[in-house]
Design a protein around this ligand. Structure first.
Ligand code: ATP
Length: 249
């Protein structure tokens, strides 16, 4: 459903070079790499927000560079670190804007859908609150609800767990698994290598704009690779909760 071929992007002096990947419905791709390696730039390039110098991005068989805005909204959603809506807007209005390209004509059905989304993200009590009143975690959840309300088959998450406490962080991964079961494809920028190992089907590792590894997380994210990539010392322990290896850093 997502195919990236020899993608080259130039933003100021920064370049992303030679990215190739394929992602099927129901799969989660983790994007990892040191700060400034190009992860957000890569995500935004998939939405054609940065000029693609060469290569192609195909989403659901359509060239992403040729999509109209509403076509793009039906096929792909970005949960960005950058919060662009006005802070005077209410939570309900924010989530409702996600429906512009997919709204049905049945007003009752729309209301029921939005109610269910707000409940799923524990936002019912905040529904009429201006975004300016929300805590960092509540705001992040409101944007997450908006991303899911768009109902696209591909969702791009730029550091989705920022500001979330442990409970909502765990909930985010539940939502990710829910999206996977609903046969959606997800691309997630991940900073915690353990999350990549547990939740991602594939990983793309960037360093200074170059794809240095792409494949199955367990094959790529070995202890020595992680130590070398992030210049940290890593220890491996067995998580007593599930018997799985876990990195400490
Ligand atoms: N519009 C722009 N003009 C010039 N440079 C840019 C622009 N956008 C991004 N960059 C540069 O591109 C590089 C990659 O940025 P990007 O945000 O993609 O990194 P990242 O891997 O997501 O980083 P982080 O982990 O810190 O969020 C950075 O050095 C950044 O300063």
């Amino acid at each position: 459903m997502l195919k990236v071929e020899q993608l080259h992007v130039k933003v100021g002096a920064f370049q992303l070079r030679g990215i190739d990947l394929e992602l099927a419905r129901g799969e989660v791709l983790g994007v990892l790499g040191p700060n400034g390696s190009g992860k957000s730039t890569f995500l935004k390039s998939l939405l054609n927000l940065y000029p693609i110098q060469s290569g192609t991005v195909t989403i659901d068989g359509i060239n992403a560079q040729k999509m109209t805005a509403s076509e793009r909204a039906r096929h792909v959603t970005l949960l960005s670190q950058m919060k662009t809506q006005t802070m005077g807007q209410t939570v309900y209005d924010l989530v409702e804007t996600a429906r512009y390209a997919v709204r049905t004509t049945d007003a009752k059905q729309e209301q029921a859908f939005l109610k269910e989304v707000l409940e799923r993200f524990a936002l019912s009590a905040y529904k009429n609150m201006p975004l300016a009143y929300l805590s960092g975690g509540e705001l992040q959840r409101a944007y997450m609800a908006k991303a899911f309300a768009q109902e696209s088959a591909l969702i791009l998450f730029d550091e989705p767990t920022t500001h979330l406490d442990l409970h909502y962080r765990a909930q985010f991964f539940e939502h990710l698994l829910y999206a996977k079961r609903a046969n959606k494809a997800s691309v997630v920028i991940v900073h915690d290598v353990n999350d990549a190992l547990h939740y991602c089907d594939r990983v793309l590792v960037l360093r200074a704009g170059l794809p240095i590894a792409y494949g199955k997380p367990a094959d790529i994210l070995t202890q020595s690779f992680v130590e070398q990539l992030f210049q940290v010392r890593v220890a491996t322990v067995i998580d007593p909760r599930n018997g799985m290896p876990k990195y400490l850093y």
